[in-house]
Design a protein around this ligand. Structure first.
Ligand SMILES: [Zn+2]
Length: 246
């Protein structure tokens, strides 16, 4: 089920971090392999079954696995419990509550998981090219600090790499203006963007300790890639702080 998974050792209570993959024998093409994204054309029943399976794997009930209505903005929402209705339009969610699994959906964009194991604050961020420019990552870090985070760690998941993300020259220049590390060249030497490198630069500037998980979505069949496949599913980055056993 997981492309990469880790338990932060600084607990108790431990913080579970993970990025799902496509290896699970679930669903139908072009979504086969644990598609967790709604609104991408997949059967809603299949998506819900996959979300249920992920919740079970994380040891939380389905209503405590929280997805956002991602809109490529910089809105950060603090979560205190299961959604009362539809998920809010946001690209980052943060919480101080244990036992809430925060999820970000991607298929080339950069999924970022934030955690302060001492303060017990966790967050999930959706950072694509617009999010990099809008500053969703610094906004999420600021929200984490408002909730008490001090020694902040960030786990940056797999995304489309700079060489696979060719764009018009003006678009590449705009990304480089927002974060110089995002400047890149494609496999054929044309202007490109390394969104993840720009995100990492923003995280380091915000004082976070960064762990960067290897992998390019476009180059790995274990991950969903919109650039490679067009119509396809979404994988998730998830973070949850376990509840302390009584
Ligand atoms: Zn690549």
């Amino acid at each position: 089920m997981f492309y990469w998974r880790s338990t932060s050792p600084a607990g108790p209570p431990p913080v579970e971090l993970g990025f799902t993959g496509r290896s699970a024998a679930r669903g139908r093409e072009p979504y086969a392999g644990l598609n967790l994204g709604g609104h991408v054309g997949d059967d809603p029943g299949d998506v819900e079954a996959n979300r249920e399976a992920l919740a079970g794997e994380l040891g939380v009930t389905r209503e405590r696995l929280l997805f956002m209505d991602q809109v490529h903005g910089a809105e950060v929402v603090e979560v205190t419990g299961p959604w009362a209705g539809e998920p809010p339009a946001a690209d980052a969610i943060v919480t101080r509550r244990p036992g809430l699994a925060l999820a970000v959906l991607v298929a080339d964009c950069v999924p970022v998981l934030l955690h302060d194991d001492d303060a017990g604050v966790v967050g999930a961020v959706h950072a694509g090219r617009p999010g990099l420019l809008a500053g969703v990552v610094p906004a999420a870090v600021a929200a984490m600090r408002e909730l008490g985070a001090r020694t902040l760690s960030a786990t940056v998941g797999p995304s489309v790499c700079g060489r696979c993300y060719e764009v018009p020259a003006a678009m590449s220049a705009a990304a480089a203006a927002a974060a110089p590390a995002a400047a890149a060249r494609s496999w054929t030497g044309t202007p490109a963007i390394d969104v993840a490198a720009g995100v990492v630069e923003q995280l380091v500037a915000a004082g976070a300790r960064v762990e960067w998980v290897a992998g390019c979505t476009r180059e790995s069949d274990d991950l969903y890639s919109y650039r490679r496949d067009g119509r396809t599913g979404r994988f998730a980055g998830v973070v949850v702080r376990r509840e302390v056993a009584a």
